[in-house]
Ligand binder design. Structure first.
Ligand code: T4K
Length: 386
């Protein structure tokens, strides 16, 4: 289906939260006046610094998107071939980044309750060629960092987090982006915090940070020239200026999402055969997604419910079905087809429901009604005003 059609649905899965255009205009005038559009200009520097302060971390490097950020992070940590244990229950970019960095993804099973990598399955997947772990904080729900860090430490592995959906997520009072040797967060249009396209890589080590800064800019180093081939993965001044404005809005956007999450839970929590993801203790979530899992006790199968939502203009998604290891590009990746039972089950059950600050109460009620009364005609018209 074309993007044009998918964007024209009555109730989109996600809709970017944007500042008033007027607020951006003086910044654009400034950029036009200076003629500095890219290559680490003043907005880039300001946004990077603002993120360091907001996240309370020492090293942040902006990137054009999280896929390039992941590739650069893997390279900057010195990984040059070998296997990386990761999850099959993710967006394909996680595994694509490994391949582009010259690494082999090895898929391990997830914990069916958190949707994150199961530490026991990770341990079983670690072999003599393993060089790193690449867990994903699925839907922004933090991984068990203690277990991942222990496994990495015991086996001498690098620990890189694909934290693409995690802006604003805190565990134990700290941003989850501070975890691991590096964490990569996406600022894509569909994310809780967007700069149209964009990303940041947070890392613990100053030398890794310097290498990241070189790798995103063709490998150029003003002192030593080019020592290794880099990428062009820089964030432009436009994206960085927008990022500065978005920082002022994101807390309010998360608050709206929290309220939508609360209403979904209240309405769907008691529906037989529908399971909501448990809220983890001690974590400030950003409510990036609202997945439900459709089990045997529900009158419709998952795909029938998905189709019902689509037929009524609701852009629900089956993230992350099919699993990455079921995509033709990854059929040869190391995993036996009878493995990964939890990931396969969850991929067969999941439907992600619309959640974004522009979702009206009437729209949400319409979505809920389609689920709660699976055989009834819709009670209200899709897209009806709040
Ligand atoms: N790792 C993980 C775990 C990820 O989830 C992602 C990205 C990455 C790495 C890579 O990050 P980046 O390199 O992108 O920074 C979307 C996004 O394109 C992708 O960024 C995201 N994950 C993935 C989960 O979802 P699609 O193809 O499913 O999105 P699309 O275009 O169908 O849009 C989804 C909804 O958002 C629709 O309701 C329309 C709405 N939308 C979308 C865009 C792009 C808008 O309203 N405006 C927009 O501009 O992939």
């Amino acid at each position: 289906m074309s993007h044009r059609l998918r964007f024209n649905v009555s109730i989109p899965l996600s809709r970017p939260d944007l500042p008033p255009l007027d607020a951006l205009v003086p910044m654009l005038e400034d950029i036009w006046e200076s003629g500095v559009l890219s290559n680490g200009g003043p907005y880039h520097q300001r946004f990077e610094q603002a993120l360091r302060e907001q996240l309370q971390v020492e090293h942040v490097n902006l990137f054009a998107n999280a896929t390039l950020g992941l590739i650069a992070a893997l390279k900057a940590l010195g990984l040059q071939g070998g296997e990386v244990v990761t999850t099959p229950y993710t967006f394909v970019a996680t595994a694509n980044a490994l391949r582009w960095a010259g690494l082999t993804p090895v898929f391990a099973d997830i914990d069916p309750h958190t949707l994150n990598l199961d530490p026991a399955a990770v341990r079983a997947a670690i072999g003599p060629r393993t060089v790193a772990l690449l867990p994903v904080h699925t839907y922004g729900n933090p991984c068990n960092h203690g277990s991942m860090a222990d496994l990495a430490g015991q086996h001498g592995l690098k620990l890189v987090y694909d934290a693409a959906p995690c802006f604003g997520v805190r565990a134990g009072g700290r941003s989850v982006l501070a975890q691991g040797d590096a964490s990569v967060v996406s600022f894509h249009a569909t994310k809780v915090f967007n700069t149209f396209e964009g990303a940041a890589v947070v890392c613990a080590d100053a030398r890794v940070s310097e290498r990241l800064a070189r790798l995103r800019n063709h490998g150029l180093d003003p002192r030593t020239a080019v020592e290794e081939p880099g990428l062009n993965a820089k964030m432009s001044e436009f994206n960085a200026a927008l990022g500065l404005l978005q920082l002022e809005r994101v807390a309010q956007a998360i608050e709206c999402r929290r309220e939508i999450d609360r209403r979904y839970r209240q309405a769907l929590g008691g529906v037989s055969g529908v399971e909501c993801l448990a809220l983890p203790a001690g974590v400030e979530l950003n409510h990036a997604y609202f997945p439900i899992f459709v089990g045997a006790g529900y009158p419709l199968g998952r795909d029938a419910l998905y189709q019902r939502l689509q037929d009524h203009g609701v852009d629900a998604r089956r993230y992350f079905h099919p699993l990455v290891c079921e995509l033709p590009a990854y059929w040869r990746a190391p995993v036996r087809q009878d493995e990964l039972p939890a990931a396969r089950r969850r991929a067969a059950e999941v439907v992600c429901l619309p959640i974004h600050p522009a979702l009206t109460q009437a729209q949400q009620a319409f979505v809920i009604d389609l689920i709660v009364r699976p055989h009834a005609a819709p009670a209200v018209r899709a897209g009806a005003p709040a």
